[in-house]
Structure formats: C-alpha cells, structure tokens
Design a protein around this ligand. Structure first.
Ligand code: PLP
Length: 677
C-alpha cells in the first residue's frame, strides 16, 4: 500500500470529519526546511499557520536541532517526580526572567490543555487552602477555547467542539469581553469564583477575536479586588505572536497563573508550563500531614529533550533579535492584507494582532456562511494549489506564519490567500451587490445567544404556558435554562408570568429582576405602561439585560410581549427585539376561530424582516372545542408554507411536568431544544 492508503486505513485524525478525509488523498509531509513544509513528491508549501500555531523560528532550525541532538546524547527523559533535571532547571530560570514580573514558579506538563488543566486545579486548590468557602466556579469568555481535556473543555464555549460533552462538564460563567459585562460578572459572582481564565488580547480558536484595549487591565484589577485568581492562557498568544514576548505585557499585567505551550519549544516537541506567583505557590508549602501537596503530574512533564529545545528556542530570540524584527513584518502583513484582501467581496472583517490574523468571510449583505458551506475549508483546499498550507476556523481564514517569515513570503502568503478567497467565494455566489459593512476596529463579539424566542399572534394565546412546558423539558434534558420576559404588565404586585417561568425552570436562585427587568402594574401594552411610569424602554437596555440573563445558564427562553408588532416603546416592537437577539423564533397561535388570518399576517411580517422562524405552535386555550380547531393547522400550513409543529391540547391543571409531557407527545420538540446526546 502507498503511504496515502496506509493513512486512510489506519489513522484517525484530530478535529477531522473522517468521512470527508477518507474521500480524498491526503497530503503527506515528509520533511521541512525553514518556513516550508515538503511533501513526499518534493513539493514545497509555505507553513502559513506555523504547523497549528506552534512553530516560531522555522523548521529544522540548526540551533534547535543541535540542542536536541546534544541532549539526546545525554538523556532523553528522566522524571520530575522526586528528581531534578538539568534542562528543566535552566528552562525554568529562563522563563522566570522573560515572563511578566512576579511569576516565579514553573510547573511543567506536556500540552496546552494540560497547562490550563493544571492552572485550574492549582487555582481551585489555592482557594480551598486559603480557607475561603464557596470559591468553586470559574469565569471565562464567551466562545472560549482552552483545550480538549474535560476541565479545559468546561471553560470552553465553542458550540461545535464542546456541546456534545455538556453533561460531563462543570458549570462555568461566560461573558463577552466588554468592561461592562466584566463588572456585571464580578458583581454577581465575585465571591463564588476561584479564577477568571482568559486568553489575553486575542481569542485564537474563537476566530481570532480581539478584546478591547484595557479589558485585560480591568480584569486584573477586579480579580485583585475580589480575591479571584487571574489565569492567562497564552498557549496561542505567547512567544512573540502578538508582537511582544507575551500578550499580557502589552497591558503591563502579571496574571496569577500563566499557561504556556504551543510556541514554548519553538514548535519542536510537546512541552508546556504553568507559571505561578510566589503568593500562589506559598499556599502549598507545609508539612506532609497538612496535605498541602498539589497532587498532579504527567509522566513526561519537564521532558529533557523538550526543555532543551525550548531553551534553544528562547536563545534564538536573543541571537536573531526575533522580537526587534517583528514590527516591520507585522506592518508589511497589515499593508498587504489591506491592499489584497480587504477589497475582496465576501471579506467581512480582517482581525490582526501581531502575526495572528483572522479573515472572516460572509456572503454579501454580511449574511454568515453556514457550516455546510464549509467556506474556510474550501479556501484552504484551493490555497494549496498556490503552495500554501492553511487551516481555517469555520468561516474564518487564519494566517499565523512563523515569526521567521520573510518579506517575500509575507507577500506570497497574502497573495495566495487572496486568490483562494476570490476563487472560493465566486464558486457559490454572484458578485457583491450591497456595500460591505465597515469592519469595526475592535471586534466586539456578536455574542450569539443560545435559546428560543417566543412570540405570539396576539396577547393571551398561551405563550407563557408553552414557555413553562419548554423550560421543564429543557431542564429534564440537562440544560440550565434561563427564562427572560423583559417586560410584564399587569404585575400587581408581582409579575406572575415571569415567576411561573422561573419556577418551571427551577431557577429560584435567580433574582426576579434578572428574569423580568421591567414589571409594571397597569394591564396595558408595555409601551403605554412604561410611559405611565415615566420610563422609556430601549432596545439597547433590553438586549443588555438579555445577555446578562443568558450568563446564568446555557439556554435562554425569551417570552416577548403580546404579538409580533406589540410595542415596547413608540419605535420598538417585539419583532425589533427578536432581530436584535438573533434567536430562532417560535410563533404561538391560539387555536380558535380567526387564527388563520392572525397567523398568516404574523408570518408575513416575520418574513418581511427575514427573521428565522422555526415554526408555528397552536395552543388550545380553552376546553371548549370549536369545529375549526382540527383544520387550522393544515390551512395555515397550506397558506404560508411554514412548518406547523403541532397543537398543545388544553390542560385543566397546567403543571410544568404535565405541559412538558404534552409537548413531548404532540410535537417534535427536538427542533426547539438543542439536543444533548
Ligand atoms: C491550542 C490551545 C490550547 C490547547 O493546547 P493543546 O496543546 O492543543 O492541548 C489551549 N489554549 C489555547 C489558547 C490554545 O490556542
């Protein structure tokens, strides 16, 4: 068999849909030189993503090769459990000298995931040892990626990677990287947090998302104030990628724990380190019977060959003046991207920090590419014909060349990428018609919420009843649902519907204000009730409240007021809110005479606004059957072409469990709730 056939017979590739892999002959790399990978046919490819973000100084660098060979002649590996070793000592000394001041202890492991896992466990145990009860949760950024072990996956928020493992994970609070949400999170959870874990400046695997300037410094100061440890995951950003040795240095921040891997060995061998301050370390000093030991360690932690390679890589930084050479490379890359990539249709936004680049592609009119279109993968397949290796993140094309990339190679990398994007995007779509939206200077995360938006054809059609049933179902499926009813009128004195939703969700832990930020006593439309209370409901205010509520769980159920065009203010309707939240909609209709017209009108308006309607659900709101009931769903379906999910029968005693069971029995609930299995 050829190598290609053997690969397809015996290998299982990481993060790879294997059915597609098996359908095409793989590219087999045999050697490499400098910034180029060479395949079995002798073809050379520019390593445009540093062999998955690890390589720094190029392949087969003579100094690193020599350091490994020299160490190999002495010893390849000895354990750090109960023994010390020369290369690990020298590397630790070097790391302490280079890292932000105050990080004085180095714990070695062997991958980015383990370096984060170690940081999590140290932070957790540190809080226990300090004797402060209840600091058992972590805060992380939305769309976070910190590795693939269960602890680091628990911090994660990338749906495609992490959703399937949900039942195995511990609960983590997530926020968007905004100063506002940061303050909110510390105000609500400051005293239950062991640590805040984040990638400083750039969220790599999230799609090269940039955090706003000052965010890291603010996080540092809030962590201090609340006794929460700050864990910086610089697995991707470390070792020059963002232009400085570490990203934290750009905001003058020393985290309490720093996770390092990927670039640490220059991309040669699996070495990782978790660095800690003396304050953290001291907590673990004590007599054996005090049980202060950190019981964690990997067989190959502090491996001698890996440490020797890492040491050689760090010496290259000095000898080749690697950091001093970066600014003009970064500027050249920025200029070339602006010239060749920016003008292309379908380039929605270019996000660059140092030599880390994400090029987000969207259809014209900024409509996102679907996962099925696999636009990023298509670009990367085409760019190989131009002799460049890239690896995308969904519809984001990533460029992350080795720090040793030359001026000519920067031009080739960008030109080849531009050609591939142009070809891949012209395959599917006609030329751009609408003007492209202006890329924002700092990308604020669009924060896709997960959940559903309930809207009625009218008031009193059974929205809350359906909400109660769906929340009970979501809970039974292991989700942590959060109900959100932004405004309730007729709240005299309490917003009864919101409280019913809260109880069905089993979220007695959430304050009423989180679930229902605006409650007004008069039983009138929200716009009028707000007016009478001399308040004005704004879209920004309600959207911010929705995102705050969403932080408390993993499935947001929004119940809007009344019908599609029910007003929250003179210029704000339920439909506007639905558009701003971006959740799939469920239209709820009263199964009674008159519903066909109401439902068809509501659907027409949702269509006009291009809102994502999942389907229509009819509710028998009374026990009295009318002759039209049996036919309404069919006629609505025929008139509008919209999917009718079913009819919820009238329950004299509508308990959450009873409603959940009735929903399960009468409609396909899988289209409404994320599946967990
Ligand atoms: C890649 C990555 C990890 C995981 O590192 P592995 O070595 O693949 O386990 C963790 N955190 C960040 C920020 C990463 O980019």
């Amino acid at each position: 068999m050829t190598l290609e056939e053997l690969d397809r017979s015996y290998l299982w590739h990481p993060f790879t849909p294997m059915r597609e892999w098996l359908a095409e002959p793989p590219l087999v790399i045999e050697r490499a030189e400098g910034n180029e990978l060479i395949d079995t046919e002798g073809r050379r490819y520019l390593d445009g993503v540093s062999s998955l973000w690890v390589n720094l100084h190029g392949h087969a660098h003579p100094a690193i090769n020599a350091a490994i060979a020299e160490q190999l002649a002495k010893v390849a590996h000895s354990t750090l459990l109960g023994l010390a070793s020369t290369p690990s000592i020298l590397l630790a000394e070097k790391l302490v000298a280079l890292a932000p001041p105050g990080l004085t202890r180095v714990f070695f492991s062997d991958s980015g995931s383990t370096s984060v896992e170690v940081a999590l466990k140290i932070a957790f145990q540190f809080q226990q040892l300090r004797g402060i009860a209840g600091r058992v949760r972590f805060l992380a950024l939305r769309h976070a990626y910190h590795g693939d072990t269960i602890g680091s996956v628990s911090l994660g928020g990338i749906d495609t990677f992490h959703r399937v493992f949900q039942p195995l994970l511990f609960h983590t609070h997530h926020i968007n990287p905004t100063i506002d949400e940061l303050h909110q999170a510390f105000a609500s959870h400051g005293n239950e947090l062991a640590a805040f874990v984040l990638e400083p400046l750039v969220q790599g695997a999230a799609g090269m998302l940039l955090s706003p300037p000052g965010f890291l410094r603010e996080a540092r100061s809030l962590c201090h104030k609340h006794g929460v440890l700050l864990v910086a995951d610089e697995v991707a950003t470390g070792f020059g990628r963002t232009g400085t040795m570490f990203a934290c240095q750009q905001e003058g921040v020393t985290p309490d724990l720093l996770a390092l891997a990927k670039g640490l060995s220059g991309g040669y061998l699996p070495v990782a380190a978790t660095m800690a301050t003396e304050e953290v370390f001291r907590q673990f000093l004590g007599l054996p019977e005090e049980r202060l030991t950190f019981f964690h360690g990997h067989s190959f932690g502090g491996n001698a060959l890996g440490c020797a390679a890492a040491l050689a890589s760090l010496e290259i930084f000095e000898r080749e003046q690697t950091l001093a050479n970066l600014p003009h490379k970064i500027a050249a890359l920025r200029a070339r991207l602006g010239e060749k990539i920016s003008p292309l249709p379908h380039v929605f936004e270019i996000r660059q920090k140092g030599l880390m680049v994400g090029i987000e592609l969207r259809h014209s009119g900024s409509r996102p590419y679907s996962a099925e279109e696999a636009i990023g993968a298509r670009v990367c397949r085409i760019v190989r014909r131009h002799r460049v290796i890239l690896r995308p993140l969904g519809s984001v094309v990533v460029l992350m060349p080795p720090l040793s990339i030359t001026a000519d190679q920067i031009d080739h990398l960008v030109d080849a990428t531009a050609a591939a994007i142009a070809e891949a995007t012209s395959e599917t779509s006609p030329a751009r018609s609408a003007p492209l939206p202006q890329p924002s200077q700092y990308h604020t995360v669009p924060a896709p919420l997960r959940g559903i938006f309930l809207v009625g054809t009218d008031t009193g059609v059974g929205k809350t009843t359906v909400g109660v049933g769906l929340l009970a179902l979501a809970r039974a499926r292991g989700l942590t649902p959060v109900p959100f009813k932004p405004v309730e009128t007729g709240a005299a004195p309490e917003p009864e519907d919101a409280l019913r939703l809260r109880s069905a969700a089993g979220r007695g832990d959430l304050a009423r204000e989180i679930i229902c930020p605006y409650a007004f006593p008069p039983p009138v439309a929200p716009a009028l009730a707000a007016e009478q209370a001399s308040t004005r409901l704004t879209l920004a205010g309600i959207v911010a409240a929705a995102h705050r509520a969403a932080m408390h769980g993993d499935f947001l159920l929004v119940e809007s007021a009344g019908g599609v065009l029910s007003p929250y203010s003179e210029d704000l309707t339920a439909a506007d809110l639905a558009a701003a939240l971006g959740l799939p909609l469920l239209l709820i209709a009263r199964n009674a005479l008159g519903t066909i017209n109401h439902t068809a009108l509501a659907i027409a308006e949702l269509r006009r606004r291009h809102l994502p309607l999942t389907g229509v659900l009819f509710v028998d709101t009374t026990a009295v059957s009318t002759p039209d009931r049996a036919h309404n769903p069919r006629l609505v379906r025929a008139l509008t072409g919209v999917r009718v999910l079913g009819t919820l029968p009238f329950l004299p005693v509508p308990t959450p469990d009873g409603l959940a069971a009735a929903l399960r029995l009468n409609l396909d609930v899988d289209v409404l709730l994320p599946s967990l299995s």
